[in-house]
Ligand binder design. Structure first.
Ligand SMILES: [Zn+2]
Length: 237
């Protein structure tokens, strides 16, 4: 912990984003309660962690629309406590988030997905460092390879950008969503992602129109593979 972090801890102590208990960004009790929303079945390159309902939905709304930026720590900690999510994160070279248009980001004050994606990269790299320094032999082949090659998951910002501000996806029907996102994303620097395994992070997956369009743009720009990680999957739409 840096000096600044220690000072911040005095004035803004770490507390559970759900019940407010001091100590961690998510307490054991709340973390265990969230387990009933976990999605068991995963597709190959796509990972939804929770169903978008009840407490998950409330927490995401609180985070996205009510200015509670600090909740990125709670979500990040939940994901980093999940071994399957960690394994998935470690199978990629780069993580980036679905971008907001600069006007939207100014209004909200933060990009909710970017805060989490950045924290996930930091968290997973810390985990790998701990494993390497203790020289723990890991059973999983993929993790061993990554450590030997001084692996780290790189968070990239301002590579994938949104060129046009469109009305929120949640206010539209499926057909309109797909047509609306065509051509609104682009890549600023192809060389950063060329030949890399890229993980795209978003908070909620509904029809997939946004993430699929971003995936298409990333593949066209030369990414070797593109995976998708989202906190929640909305089954209502
Ligand atoms: Zn709690």
């Amino acid at each position: 912990m840096t000096v600044l972090e220690k000072i911040l801890e005095i004035f803004f102590p770490t507390k559970c984003g759900i019940c407010g208990k001091l100590g961690k960004n998510i307490c054991e009790n709340c973390y265990n309660n969230l387990k009933k929303y976990e999605i068991i079945e995963q597709h190959n390159e796509i990972y939804f962690v929770y169903r978008y309902e009840d407490i998950i939905r409330e927490l995401l709304i609180k985070y996205k629309f009510n200015g509670n930026a600090y909740l990125y720590k709670t979500f990040s900690e939940c994901l980093l406590k999940n071994k399957k999510v960690c394994k998935f994160l470690k199978s990629y070279d780069i993580i980036l988030s679905v971008p907001l248009h600069k006007k939207r980001q100014r209004e909200r004050g933060y990009n909710q997905s970017k805060l989490i994606a950045k924290e996930l990269a930091k968290g997973i790299n810390n985990q790998i460092e701990i494993y390497s320094s203790k020289k723990v032999m890991l059973h999983k082949k993929i993790e061993n390879e990554k450590i030997i090659n001084n692996y780290s998951l790189k968070f990239l910002d301002k590579v994938l950008i949104k060129n046009k501000n469109i009305k929120p996806q949640s206010e539209k029907g499926i057909k309109e969503r797909i047509n609306d996102v065509k051509g609104i994303y682009s890549i600023v620097n192809n060389s950063c992602i060329y030949g890399k395994k890229v993980l795209l992070f978003d908070d909620i997956y509904t029809t997939g129109s946004t993430t699929n369009e971003c995936k298409k743009v990333l593949l066209e720009a030369g990414a070797k593979e593109v995976g998708i990680l989202t906190i929640a999957k909305d089954y209502i739409n």
